[in-house]
Design a binder for this molecule. Structure first.
Ligand SMILES: [Zn+2]
Length: 94
């Protein structure tokens, strides 16, 4: 992880990357299609926030200013196998 995320790393890690448009009054958000990015940029392309922001374009307002995007990286909990031990909030009694 020293080098940070790559496109393939995000896919393997079952990460969901959502882009938020910070353009004036737009606030559009959109989940990035990692498979498409992989086809376009290659699996080893760097996929840290600042790498991806430069490639974004808002479908709603046409904003393509990388400074006006924010990205969130969230594991896809539906696909990641859950470990009961990993959750501090899980009650031990069942
Ligand atoms: Zn926008």
């Amino acid at each position: 992880m020293a080098k940070g995320w790559t496109i393939q790393g995000l896919i393997d890690g079952k990460m969901v990357v959502t882009a938020f448009c910070h353009n004036h009054r737009c606030h559009h958000n959109q989940v990035l299609d990692l498979q498409k990015l992989k086809e376009k940029l290659g699996p080893d392309a760097p996929a840290m926030e600042w790498d991806l922001r430069a490639k974004l374009r808002c479908r709603k307002c046409g904003n393509n200013d990388s400074k006006r995007f924010g990205l969130t990286y969230v594991p896809d909990y539906d696909k990641v196998p859950r470990s009961p031990i990993a959750s501090p909030y899980r009650k031990t009694s069942e």
